[in-house]
Ligand binder design. Sequence first.
Ligand SMILES: C[S@@+](CC[C@H](N)C(=O)[O-])C[C@H]1O[C@@H](n2cnc3c(N)ncnc32)[C@H](O)[C@@H]1O
Length: 235
Amino acid sequence: MRDPKLVVYGDAEHARRYALRWDSARGRARDARKQRALAAAFEHLAPFTSVLDAPCGAGRLCAFLSTERAYIGVDLAPAMLGEARARQASARFAVGDLTRLPLADHSVDVAVCVRLLHLVRERSLRVAILAELARVARIGVVVDFRHAAALRTWLGRLRARTGLRARPHNAHALSSVADEFTAAGLGPPVFVPVRRPAWLSDKMVAAARVRGATRTAWETVGVAGAGQSGPDTPT
Ligand SMILES: C[S@@+](CC[C@H](N)C(=O)[O-])C[C@H]1O[C@@H](n2cnc3c(N)ncnc32)[C@H](O)[C@@H]1O
């Protein structure tokens, strides 16, 4: 089932509000925590010089990920990409679907996927997305997800049970995430909690190496107009 939260991003007003969310003090604190966890996860991969940020949304992680690296952000929603381009005029963005990324095999070093998988409730679709990230990456894949064993997730479950939430969070045990990585053809993941201590952290970052990839030149990826305008139609 498609999470309703995934549908709203096509709306320009929603995209604008989403972009503004990260400008607040709370948004900046969340950014700092996520960036710390991502940086720790990157330590488990080889050094890298190109990165895919998918979905990039309103470009929240663009400045962090693109520092001293070739960057491309991909998202299904043109409204979100509009916000991203308004904030990061010099970055490369393209419209694309995470199940069919507009990139050649092994054309970026590392593929990063933040704030998506916790909204994808079907295992088969999560595995398809992980496999697609693995297809385009040469070194590794880094994702975040909601951890089933964290106190904050447990409190969310309680709220759902008592009617204070419409439904429980879509959360996963580390072992099931590791299974999904294997099913997608990735190596075993390392896990980094976004908050400390780990039992408090509902969000986890997982990083794994891609098995047996060799590099394709960045220039051959065939992302039409990836500078300022992506392919016309999301796939
Ligand atoms: C919660 S936002 C996260 C964006 C960004 N990673 C961040 O941390 O702000 C989820 C994004 O996923 C995008 N999205 C939803 N389904 C997608 C798909 N199948 N392919 C690519 N992007 C998708 C939405 O347009 C939205 O921008």
